[in-house]
Design a protein around this ligand. Structure first.
Ligand SMILES: [Zn+2]
Length: 356
C-alpha cells in the first residue's frame, strides 16, 4: 500500500457515526472546475426549463428523500483538493462558503470543505463499502440510506479545521474545538447557512450533534431567524412538533440497549411529524411481541421484505388543542403502537404505526 492508498483507507475507516459519512481528507487548493458548461442547444433547453430552479428550503432527512429530478436543476462547482479528491458543491452555496471562509480568516479561523454533494449512487457506494468492511448491521445504522442523505442536495457542506497549520478532520478530534465551532456558528447565518444537526435535537433530525455540517438555504433573513431561535429546519418548516420525552427501554434479551435506542429515535422522528401533538411517553413493550405471526404480518405489508425480527413500542400522546385532519382535538391517546423490523442484515425499518 502506498501512502495515498493508506490515507484513503484510513479515511474510509474514519467515515463515522454521522449523517455526513465521508469526512474526507482536507482540500488545500481551491481550483474550481465548473460542471455547468453547456452547449448552445443545452442552454436553450435550460432556459426553456428555467422554472425548475431548486428550492433552497427543500427538506431531505431520514423520512424525506431528495426530490425526483433534483439533479436536473442543480448547478454545481467541483473543487479539487491537493490529494486529487473532488468536492462538488451547489454553485450559490459554494459562493457563500467562499465569503464565509474569508470572513472567518479575519478572525484567525481556518476552515476548509471536506465533503458536500454525493449522488445517490455514491451514497450507495459508501453503504456498500461499509457493509463489506463492518457488516450490514453497523452500516445500515450509521450510513444514511441512499436517497435520504442531505448531501444529495449539494447544499450540505461538511467543514474541517486547520489549527496552527495542522489539518483536523476526524470527528473525534474536531469536536474538541468547541470554542472555534461556536465562533464559526455565530457567523454562518450572515451567509445563508444554518447548523443542521443541533445538540439535543436528535429526536427531530435523527442525527446527533454535528458542528461541521452546514446547510445552505440561500436566505440570510431566514437563516438568521432559524439560528436565533435555535430551530431545526424541520421545526422552521413547521413539519414537526417539538415534544420529547425519555424512552423507557424496558428489558430485552433480543436487542442491545443501543439497538433499542436507535429504534426509539426512529419512532420519535416519525412522531415529530404528527403536527401539534404532544408526546408523553415512549416504551419498548418487551420481546413478547416478536412472534411468528407478527413477523409474517409485517412481511406482508412490504413487498419483498424479509424481516426476521420485530420490535413493538407504544406511545402515549395528546392530540392538538384545535384538532386537525388527522386528529380529534384535545384527546389523550394511549398505547399507540409502533412496529419496527429487522432483516438478516440488521438495522431498523419502521414498518407500521397506529391502530389497525
Ligand atoms: Zn455532513
Amino acid at each position: 500500500m502506498n501512502k495515498k492508498t493508506i490515507a484513503s483507507f484510513i479515511i474510509a475507516l474514519s467515515i463515522s457515526l454521522t449523517a455526513c459519512g465521508n469526512m474526507g481528507k482536507p482540500i488545500v487548493s481551491d481550483e474550481v472546475v465548473s460542471k455547468t458548461e453547456t452547449s448552445a442547444k443545452e442552454l436553450q433547453d435550460d432556459t426553456a426549463n428555467k422554472t425548475q430552479s431548486i428550492n433552497y428550503l427543500t427538506l431531505v432527512n431520514k423520512l424525506n428523500s431528495v426530490p425526483d429530478g433534483w439533479e436536473n436543476s442543480l448547478e454545481t462547482v467541483t473543487i479539487t483538493n491537493s490529494l486529487g479528491d473532488d468536492v462538488e458543491v451547489e454553485k450559490k452555496a459554494y459562493d457563500a462558503y467562499v465569503e464565509l471562509k474569508a470572513e472567518l480568516e479575519k478572525d484567525g479561523i481556518n476552515v476548509d470543505l471536506a465533503s458536500a454533494r454525493r449522488s445517490v449512487e455514491e451514497q450507495q457506494g459508501v453503504m456498500d463499502k461499509f457493509i463489506k468492511t463492518y457488516g450490514a448491521e453497523y452500516a445500515t445504522k450509521t450510513v444514511a440510506a441512499p436517497g435520504y442523505s442531505e448531501h444529495h442536495t449539494g447544499l450540505a457542506l461538511d467543514l474541517y479545521l486547520n489549527i496552527d497549520g495542522e489539518d483536523v478532520y476526524s470527528k473525534k478530534d474536531m469536536v474538541k474545538y468547541t470554542e472555534i465551532w461556536e465562533k464559526i456558528h455565530k457567523k454562518i447565518s450572515e451567509y445563508g447557512f444554518i447548523l443542521r444537526y443541533l445538540e439535543d435535537k436528535e429526536y427531530i433530525t435523527g442525527y446527533g450533534y454535528e458542528p461541521w455540517h452546514l446547510r445552505y438555504i440561500d436566505d440570510v433573513k431566514i437563516a438568521q431567524e432559524i439560528t436565533a431561535k435555535g430551530l431545526t429546519l424541520e421545526e422552521y418548516l413547521g413539519v414537526v412538533n417539538s415534544s420529547d420525552v425519555n424512552v423507557d427501554l424496558g428489558t430485552s434479551e433480543m436487542y442491545t440497549e443501543e439497538e433499542l435506542k436507535e429504534a426509539a429515535i426512529q419512532v420519535k422522528c416519525k412522531f415529530a411529524t404528527f403536527k401539534g401533538c404532544e408526546l408523553q411517553s415512549v416504551r419498548y413493550i418487551g420481546d413478547g411481541s416478536n412472534t411468528q405471526d407478527n413477523i409474517r404480518w409485517l412481511n406482508s405489508l412490504n413487498e419483498g421484505a424479509e424481516y426476521i425480527k420485530v420490535a413493538e413500542f407504544i406511545t402515549d400522546f395528546h392530540t392538538p388543542k384545535e384538532g386537525s385532519e388527522s386528529f380529534i382535538a384535545d384527546q389523550d391517546v394511549r398505547a399507540y403502537p409502533w412496529w419496527l423490523a429487522q432483516n438478516k442484515d440488521g438495522g431498523w425499518h419502521l414498518v407500521k404505526w397506529g391502530y389497525y
